[in-house]
Design a binder for this molecule. Structure first.
Ligand code: CAO
Length: 416
């Protein structure tokens, strides 16, 4: 099966998570992704949170599959020369260094586009260029706080809370991938590359769009009727944390199922979708609620929505989360079990779809990773193991035209 990005060569000058998540995705779809790493140490995640002594950590292996690894000290004259050759032959350079690091290395946007006018230079930074914080180094949770996610996540009586989902890192990488593919299509029209920049703050804000919606509604009317604070609690002038409330017009909550006392994930998410009220009443054995004026409309239900959730929890008390969903799905009620990572790792449907895949690795044996969440009719991404540090250095240098002697010299000078 041919891969759509075959023939696209990418210099992967990324590290940690935001950049690597982007280039890994492009590698799955066929791009030749060359990970450029510092000799001796490489991407810091190779050694972070190791579970096997001396073997690449899962943090690295799960974000760098399908790539080749070239060790290169780009601060030495020889290293710079290798990078320049690579730039001339590549389509895209992706980086997520601290602000100014690429410039300090001597590879400004002007220099890169002079070397190769068709090159697309794609960057992740914490904040966008010109932002009053654009000099800051940024990690995941910093971005979640700066992007509005933390102030609107958690419970109203607790502090701002970060999400376990990588809204700052992998999410930014996905935005950058869209930017790169757009620039590649643009290059097909103009013949020229361009600079593509995505900030982690902006990417988080993009996912917090509905909270900006809520801020404007709050400014106008002073309350938000789908939040647990309505109608009995207090609103201030900022969007509050809403616990597990549904973010749209569908009230919902995380509800206890059989076994919750000992199993931290014996819960389901239950949504009371307006037009599903009648089936919900039938499923719960409460047909009298269907026409009761205290229950019949969303407006009538909202003031006592937590009493309704409590009644549903009574119904759930003798059902496991799986049994409950199996009953509720027959009534077309939007719901799902709260799944632990252990359940996700072993889920047969996720294995069959290729979302959870087992990948061989030269040092680790095999490991589980998340495969492509994007499914195509004409492409089945095959996930291969991540490269060892410098595994493809000699091969890539030979492709660039270096002789065996020259390669040996670069090794001796510790430039690769
Ligand atoms: N050869 C020679 N030098 C190299 C090199 C190579 N192959 N690869 C990297 N370096 C150098 C860089 O040039 C830089 O040198 P200077 O500081 O002298 O200019 C140095 O290594 C360190 O790079 P860094 O500042 O990017 O790394 P850090 O560990 O201090 O910071 C991070 C890490 C992530 C906070 C920072 O890179 C950053 O803010 N990136 C942008 C935002 C981002 O992507 N964050 C998400 C990370 S995922 O959580």
């Amino acid at each position: 099966m041919s891969k759509p990005l075959e023939g696209i060569k990418i210099i992967d000058f990324t590290h940690v998570q935001a950049g690597p998540a982007c280039t890994q995705l492009l590698a799955w779809f066929g791009a030749d992704v060359i990970k450029v790493e510092r000799p001796g140490s490489g991407d810091v995640t190779r050694s972070q949170l190791r579970d096997i002594p001396d073997a690449d950590a899962l943090y690295f292996t799960m974000l760098n599959s399908n790539k080749r690894s070239l060790t290169l000290d780009t601060k030495t004259p020889e290293g710079k020369e290798v990078l320049e050759k690579l730039v001339k032959e590549s389509d895209v350079l992706v980086e997520n260094f601290a602000p100014g690091a690429l410039d300090r290395m001597g590879f400004t946007w002007e220099r890169l586009s002079e070397l190769n006018p068709k090159l697309i230079v794609a960057s992740v930074k914490g904040f966008s260029d010109g932002h009053h914080y654009d000099d800051l180094k940024v990690y995941e949770n910093v971005a979640q706080c700066a992007g509005g996610a933390a102030s609107t996540t958690g419970f109203w009586d607790g502090p701002p809370t970060v999400s376990a989902a990588a809204l700052g890192d992998s999410n930014t990488g996905m935005h950058l991938a869209i930017g790169i593919l757009t620039a590649l299509i643009g290059r097909g029209q103009t013949g020229r590359g361009q600079k593509v920049a995505v900030s982690m703050q902006d990417s988080v804000i993009n996912l917090c769009r509905v909270k900006l919606r809520d801020q404007q509604r709050l400014d106008r009317v002073g309350y938000l009727e789908e939040y647990p604070q309505y109608p009995h609690g207090e609103f201030t002038d900022v969007v509050p944390r809403g616990g597990n409330a549904g973010g749209g017009g569908q009230p919902g909550w995380v509800l206890k199922c059989k076994g919750w006392e000992t199993d931290p994930n014996a819960y389901i998410y239950f949504t009371i979708q307006g037009h599903a009220w009648e089936p919900i009443c039938r499923a719960l054995g409460k047909p009298e609620w269907i026409d009761d004026p205290n229950y019949a409309t969303p407006q009538a239900r909202q003031p006592h929505i937590f009493d309704i959730f409590a009644t549903i929890e009574e119904w759930l008390a003798d059902k496991t989360k799986y049994e409950a969903v199996d009953i509720l799905r027959k009534f077309d009620i939007p719901c799902a079990p709260v799944l632990s990572m252990k359940e996700i790792a072993n889920d047969p449907s996720l294995r069959a779809s290729g979302t959870i895949v087992e990948v061989p690795h030269k040092e680790r044996g095999s490991y589980l990773t998340v495969g492509s969440p994007i499914k195509f009719s004409g492409l089945k991404p095959e996930i291969t193991g991540s490269p060892l540090l410098g595994e493809h250095t000699d091969e890539i240098l030979a492709e660039l035209g270096y002789s065996k002697d020259q390669i040996a010299h670069l090794h001796a000078a510790r430039s690769v």
